[in-house]
Design a protein around this ligand. Structure first.
Ligand SMILES: Nc1ncnc2c1ncn2[C@@H]1O[C@H](COP(=O)(O)OP(=O)(O)O)[C@@H](O)[C@H]1O
Ligand SMILES: [Mg+2]
Length: 261
């Protein structure tokens, strides 16, 4: 489904700030795979997802999504196939617009003369009620009034309104309090599994990295240093992950978000 072949990325090439963020990364993702990605600060996790979504071109290598070579495709074009969520709940929805207007945009009905119909509203209401957050009764409220957790849940709904070929989650629960983070994670699990979405999720939470999905990848210094799935993964513990990181990276796994949670 997603085939990443030998991609590399250097930022600020030829300057004192030159930084190689990805070293010759190859990754094969099967359809329906739900992969969690862990690693220390600056490991290149976000850079990997940004490379896939086309925030910047890669220096070397290729990225093929569902048989389409997207290596040189513009970000906005890739966005029709790739859904994304970020850590910041403020990203991904328009604060001054109502919940229903945001969903209307996500549904793709945003032409000049388009108008929300009763049928659209019924559809939005049904989808919102799946979140179990009471948002179906607040469809006229501006999104800016929602809590961080409600907003992330809405953004998830928008990003998956039309099932994307790929869903990229970059620490999308890291800015939420633990209880809300768990709720948003539960919704994520539900939406991803019910729709069989292929998903890459960066997380600082080692436990959810092992519990969610079917494969876990560990990154350090621009490289994938561990990749576990199947039987081996079911026996892997958080302590194992931490030990493995120390063994392979030569230092303890530290991530300021881990320390905050
Ligand atoms: N747009 C950018 N310009 C310059 N350097 C960047 C940029 N994005 C990331 N980097 C650098 O690349 C490295 C990897 O960053 P990132 O992928 O954000 O790490 P992670 O998400 O694993 O914490 C870091 O050293 C970071 O400072
Ligand atoms: Mg990051």
């Amino acid at each position: 489904m997603l085939k990443i072949d030998h991609i590399s990325k250097v930022f600020n090439k030829g300057t004192v700030n030159e930084k190689q963020a990805l070293y010759d990364i190859s990754l094969n993702v099967a359809k329906g795979d739900f992969i969690s990605i862990i690693g220390s600060n600056g490991a290149g996790k976000s850079t990997l997802l940004n490379a896939i979504s086309g925030v910047f071109p890669v220096d070397e290598g290729s990225i093929v999504l569902d048989g389409i070579d997207i290596t040189d495709m513009a970000e906005h074009k890739r966005s029709t196939m790739i859904g994304r969520l970020f850590q910041d709940p403020m990203k991904g929805s328009a604060p001054s617009m109502s919940i229903e207007d945001n969903l209307y945009l996500a549904s793709g009905n945003n032409g000049w003369f388009a108008k929300i119909t009763a049928k659209d509203k019924k559809e939005f209401r049904e989808r919102l009620s799946l979140l179990n957050m009471g948002l179906e009764d607040r469809m006229k409220n501006p999104v800016g009034l929602l809590s961080g957790g409600q907003r992330q849940a809405l953004t998830l709904l928008m990003a998956t309104y039309h099932i994307p070929k790929l869903l990229l989650l970059d620490e999308h629960t890291a800015a939420l309090d633990p209880a809300t983070a768990e709720k948003v994670l539960d919704i994520t699990k539900k939406v991803v599994s019910e729709n069989n979405i292929t998903c890459l999720m960066i997380t600082h939470n080692m436990q959810s990295a092992l519990e969610l999905g079917n494969r876990t990848i560990m990154m350090n210094d621009g490289r994938i240093i561990y990749d576990v799935s199947g039987e081996e993964r079911t026996h892997t513990t958080v302590a194992d992950l931490l030990n493995l990181f120390k063994e392979k990276a030569g230092e303890n796994l530290t991530n300021d978000r881990m320390l905050l949670s």
